[in-house]
Design a protein around this ligand. Structure first.
Ligand SMILES: *[C@@H]1O[C@H](CO)[C@@H](O)[C@H](O)[C@H]1NC(C)=O
Ligand SMILES: *[C@@H]1O[C@H](CO)[C@@H](O)[C@H](O)[C@H]1NC(C)=O
Length: 381
């Protein structure tokens, strides 16, 4: 990982120190993917809804003042509430829309979500924490290779991740603001970085490496989009935050390697307590930006971290690499979706976090059903 990134001296030094820390902390112990009992989330009925207006403005930043302490005080959702939250809307390329109600057949206990109401007025934006420890990924050998090649750009400005032959996982707020679909959601497209020149121009430019190998986006239209009702009902408020994810189905297969989704283990058992994601941050146009950071706190539905990130990164798949006992291999899986920024005023001492939505067993069952179309293939998280 060190060799493939070019970064400023200070960041490189930090990266080297961090990796050394991992190596010395236990050479014989392998962080292993836990196995989860995954419930069954099955569609029960689907109704046609009126065509949406597509008049919301795509706001790439979700800001909430409800932090970990506030979220931890939410009462447990009831089974009926969970069924409501896991029900979903499907938007088709022709603008028509359906709502599907689901049944849930094994309930894993959750400690999700109720509206707490409180919303801070004054906010400071500090998504770049102290020093900027993000790494722009340059060079087609890396951009076109796994895992970076699984990061795609949405035409509404966010990032998404390839999670199946034709499917892209992203944040719900990239499609829908909690009340309405955003402008651009109907003609949604997904951009894949491709080299601009077939061959030649292989030399590196020391002054500006991003110019050495020109890349451009090639776009594929989205055929349909699923957004959970938990996001829509939550109106993008504090409970909605837990459901800030959406799945896009492409009109044709992308033919790239994709990254599987998995149930999010607790932050405490992640290798180094750390998560990774790559996205198209607004402040570095045309660059794919990779970062990793420690999980600071978690609730049943959210991971709190202080990864440096800018709005275009929202929707990025948060991944970790752990040992898969069954296949005796290391495997990366998407365990969450980068949502955005939360500013929390704790007794006058402001704290801010970047938040990722965790893939819980229920969400795994739902997203997997959206991908596979059956629940038999979705029983191992
Ligand atoms: C829109 O597309 C969906 C899925 O292809 C189809 O079921 C529906 O009938 C279409 N609606 C209209 C109004 O064409
Ligand atoms: C490298 O990039 C800089 C701009 O950042 C440009 O001025 C220079 O001409 C480039 N050099 C080569 C060899 O392409």
């Amino acid at each position: 990982m060190i060799l493939i990134m070019r970064a400023s001296g200070v960041s490189t030094l930090i990266l080297l120190l961090c990796i050394k820390g991992v190596i010395t902390s236990g050479p014989h112990w392998k962080p292993t993917w836990p196995t989860y009992k995954v419930p069954v989330v099955l569609p029960q009925s689907t109704v046609l809804l009126a065509k949406p207006d597509f008049d919301a403005k795509a706001n790439l930043e979700v800001i909430s003042s409800c932090g970990p302490v506030c979220h931890k005080h939410f009462p447990l959702p009831t089974v009926n509430e969970l069924k409501e939250y896991m029900s979903y809307e499907t938007l088709y390329a022709n603008g028509s829309r359906t709502e599907t109600n689901v049944g849930i057949y094994v309930i894993n206990s959750g400690d999700g979500s109720q509206n707490s109401g409180s919303r801070g007025k004054s906010r400071r934006k500090r998504q770049i924490y102290g020093y900027d420890s993000r790494f722009s990924i340059f060079g087609k050998d890396f951009l076109l290779n796994y895992p970076f090649s699984t990061s795609v750009k949405l035409s509404t400005g966010c990032t998404g991740t390839l999670v199946a032959e034709k499917h892209v996982l992203t944040a719900a707020h990239c499609i829908h603001d909690g009340k309405n679909y955003v402008k651009g959601a109907q003609k949604l497209r997904v951009g894949f970085l491709k080299p601009k020149l077939k061959d030649g121009n292989k030399g590196t430019n020391q002054t500006n490496p991003s110019l050495s190998e020109k890349m451009k986006f090639q776009w594929i239209r989205v055929k349909r989009t699923h957004v959970p009702k938990g996001w829509i009902k939550g109106n993008g408020n504090d409970i909605g935050m837990d459901y800030d994810y959406a799945l896009l189905e492409l009109k044709k297969p992308h033919k790239r390697k994709f990254m599987k989704i998995g149930v999010s283990p607790s932050g405490k058992v992640l290798p180094g307590g750390r998560i990774h994601f790559s996205g198209y941050d607004n402040d570095r146009p045309g660059n794919l930006v990779y970062r990793f950071c420690d999980v600071k706190d978690e609730t049943y539905d959210l991971l709190y971290q202080q990864c440096d990130a800018q709005p275009g990164a929202s929707g990025s798949g948060v991944y970790v690499r752990m040992w898969k006992r069954q296949s005796q291999k290391w495997e990366r899986k998407i365990i969450g979706i980068f949502s955005g920024h939360q500013w929390v005023d704790q007794h006058g001492s402001p704290q801010d976090f970047n938040v990722a939505v965790r893939i819980t067993p229920l969400k795994y069952a739902q997203i997997c059903f959206w991908i596979r179309g059956n629940y038999m293939d979705c029983r191992d998280g």
